[in-house]
Design a protein around this ligand. Structure first.
Ligand code: ZN
Length: 163
């Protein structure tokens, strides 16, 4: 079976940046599961997986527009320190979760002042060209429930607490 819309693909991936530094690697843990056609994964990776079968590999470079988008300078903000309820002291370079109008999201600490903190809410991989090595482990038809939910179920996919 080939990867296509409304299939669930389990795949391993290794992600490196433009300098060749490894950022993420699933090969020493569990493969990722994704429902194709439901924006579960970045567009560049989804496009590269299309038409592949079990055992196939692909090596691709994904520009920001097909990845995590360009960096948005408007997402660099100065916020009161009291909004941060972390146990550890804040330090530049840390990633912390903060509550926003869009829900919880990770932000990177840029600078810590006496009462304010400069943060960057861009995705850490925004603005980067990403190199992926992909390997397809399993391809199957999605269930009606997965298509309705918009995500893959089972190992490497969405685990529901209530079903
Ligand atoms: Zn579900």
């Amino acid at each position: 079976m080939k990867v296509a819309k409304d299939t669930v693909v389990r795949f391993h991936y290794k992600l490196t940046d433009e300098a060749g530094a490894e950022l993420q690697n699933s090969f020493n843990s569990e493969p990722l599961s994704a429902l194709i056609g439901a924006s579960n994964i970045i567009p560049g990776v989804e496009a590269a997986l299309m038409g592949l079968e079990v055992g196939d590999t692909a090596d691709i470079d994904v520009p920001p527009a097909e990845g995590y988008g360009e960096r948005n300078p408007g997402l660099m903000q100065r916020v009161p320190k009291k909004y941060f309820k972390t146990g550890a002291p804040l330090a530049p370079g840390m990633t912390v979760m903060v509550q926003t109008e869009q829900g919880q999201r990770p932000v990177t600490i840029i600078k810590v002042g006496m009462s304010v903190v400069d943060i960057d809410a861009n995705h850490p991989l925004a603005g980067k060209t990403l190199s992926f090595h992909l390997q397809v482990e399993e391809v199957r038809a999605a269930t009606a429930e997965e298509i309705k939910h918009g995500h893959a179920h089972g190992p490497g996919g969405h685990q529901h607490a209530d079903d």
